[in-house]
Design a protein around this ligand. Structure first.
Ligand code: DGJ
Length: 548
């Protein structure tokens, strides 16, 4: 059963408190008017997270993980649990590592999203225990169209499914026993499941299934009920191989998830190695089997115990990044970004995720093991952490408010966009031309947002391109807003019946949230407001406006 609780009553603070009061202490998801919240300790919680490197979840390397979380000011660590470590011999479970992780996080006031690296890790079976790897006939990989073995486990292997289900249930049972405090708030089942190298399994058993009638649930999910009795190729044509693989991967993971949830019903997530959201092309250009944007309906039908289908976003192109956020924030799916790039201008996209009502966000590879690869492998640790730390220092004191505002649909964000997406690449954000202005539309006001720093330029000096501008605006009530921003400026103007009327700030307060209340440090006025509200440095403002 899907654990997302649907609230049918109208939006309002009272509704949320009723929902929360009735809810169990266990972390869970609630849904209302197509919006989502992750409830932790009885209140909406925002995951300002970070994921460690793949091989960092060992007692030997945890000392290089905890300081990173502190440097980042993250509230949640995403960290793997390795099947090969957890079940070194059949049905003998070694809980020492998971215990070290849970205790270490709890001692530091951190929450955890544990990542079950099991049948699939990036499409392969590399985290299966050795005793399974040594029995490839019992725990087989997929076969390609020419009968060649593919480096990806078959989703049709009953023995593998049984072994994973048993181990995941044991793992969840252990969590239930050792974590009454709910340090662990969510579990990811597998990691980027699906296959590279072949679109589907061509083993004789899989081939027979492929040539059989499409299951009724899959037909219903894809609105093809009238094609009952026809096989995958007859129903789906060019999409047949892909949809067949997706259905069977999702069914497999759905069964693992259901078994774990029956033992301990934490929210469950599955992450996707996403396809290009604007120009996807066809497989095998992208990984097939995971929750890509074109197969949401199959995933939701085949794996109803998976609460969140989540995109791993390694895109630098701003239009594509925003499109992914749009595609994964749906009334039937909470937006959660479990992996992304956590340094430099990439970090501005956190704000856009929050503007879409995200329940959480976590950059990947954030620890001190120097396990980084790719263009960011050469960055110093300090440079690597700086931008995510800036975001989290700014937003973490108001994380609960942001989670609630997102749930209540009060948030909008603007981030600096590329004018030339083709030129924008992961490692060359400085070379791109950026569009400077955006306008956000609230109930009675528009907010024009230019980006960059706002200051007098010296003679001959030009404003450097600053591609990391970002602002998050919460509409608290009529004429009242909270703004958090960096490298941006905000200028309001009245709209609707009051359009064109003279207006002014009633009050602009600078400050920060502490324990749910806004603590003012000073009132801004004069030069600090006459030219708009400037976020040259990271800042939080509470603003009241009025028309004359
Ligand atoms: C996405 C995967 O989900 C991560 O575990 C990791 O392998 C990154 N890619 C790349 O470093």
């Amino acid at each position: 059963m899907n654990r997302i609780v649907t609230l049918t009553a109208a939006l309002g603070a009272g509704v949320l408190s009723q929902a929360v009061a009735a809810a169990p202490a266990l972390p869970h998801l609630v849904r209302q008017d197509g919006r989502h919240a992750l409830i932790v300790d009885g209140e909406p919680f925002l995951i300002l997270g970070a994921q460690c490197n793949n091989s960092s979840a060992w007692p030997a390397t945890l000392p290089q993980v905890w300081p990173a979380m502190e440097a980042l000011n993250a509230n949640t660590l995403e960290i793997p649990i390795y099947w090969e470590q957890f079940e070194p011999e059949p049905e003998q479970y070694d809980t020492t590592v998971v215990d070290a992780i849970v205790t270490g996080a709890r001692d530091r006031g951190l929450r955890l999203v544990l990542l079950w690296f099991a049948t699939w890790k990036n499409g392969s079976n590399h985290y299966m225990p050795s005793w399974m790897k040594l029995q490839p006939a019992k725990y087989p990989n997929m076969l390609g169209p020419d009968g060649q073995e593919i480096d990806s486990p078959s989703p049709h292997a009953a023995a593998t499914l049984q072994a994973d289900t048993r181990a995941f249930s044991a793992f969840m049972r252990h969590l239930r026993e050792v974590d009454p405090q709910h340090t662990v708030i969510m579990v990811q089942v597998q990691n980027e499941p699906g296959s590279w190298g072949a679109v589907r399994d061509h083993s004789p058993a899989a081939q027979a299934l492929f040539e059989s009638a499409v299951p009724d649930e899959a037909l219903a999910a894809m609105d093809r009920a009238e094609q009952a009795g026809r096989n995958w190729m007859e129903v789906f044509g060019r999409d047949a191989d892909e949809f067949f693989q997706v259905w069977h991967v999702a069914r497999y993971i759905g069964q693992v998830a259901a078994a774990g949830k029956a033992v301990y019903p934490l929210p469950l997530v599955v992450n996707a190695s996403i396809r290009d959201p604007i120009d996807p092309g066809w497989p095998p250009r992208y990984q097939v089997g995971g929750p890509n944007d074109n197969v949401f309906e199959l995933w939701k039908a085949a794996a109803p115990d998976v609460d969140v289908l989540a995109p791993d976003i390694y895109l630098g192109d701003s239009a594509k990044y925003l499109e992914v956020l749009e595609l994964y924030s749906r009334p039937d799916n909470p937006l959660f970004v479990p992996e992304t790039i956590g340094f430099g201008a990439f970090t501005r996209f956190l704000f856009e995720a929050l503007g879409h009502g995200a329940i959480g966000y976590a950059p990947f590879g954030m620890d001190d093991t120097r396990g980084r690869s790719g263009p960011w492998g050469t960055l110093t640790t300090e440079a690597f952490y700086a931008d995510t730390a800036l975001n989290y220092r700014l937003l973490r004191p108001m994380a609960r408010e942001i989670a609630r505002w997102g749930f209540e649909n009060r948030l909008q964000a603007a981030v600096q966009m590329s004018a030339d997406p083709e030129a924008e690449r992961g490692d060359s954000v400085d070379r791109v031309n950026y569009v400077t202005d955006q306008t956000l539309h609230f109930s009675d006001w528009d907010a024009d947002v230019p980006f960059g720093t706002f200051r007098r330029l010296a003679r001959g000096e030009t404003q450097p391109e600053s591609p990391d501008g970002r602002v998050l605006i919460a509409e608290l009530g009529p004429d009242e807003f909270v703004l958090a921003g960096y490298h941006s400026r905000v200028m309001f103007r009245p709209t609707g019946a009051r359009a064109g009327r003279p207006w002014q700030y009633l009050r602009v307060e600078e400050g920060r949230f502490e324990d749910g209340t806004f603590e003012r440090t000073r009132i801004l006025n004069g030069d600090q407001t006459d030219w708009g509200l400037s976020f040259n440095t990271p800042n939080v403002l509470r603003v009241r406006l009025y028309t004359r």
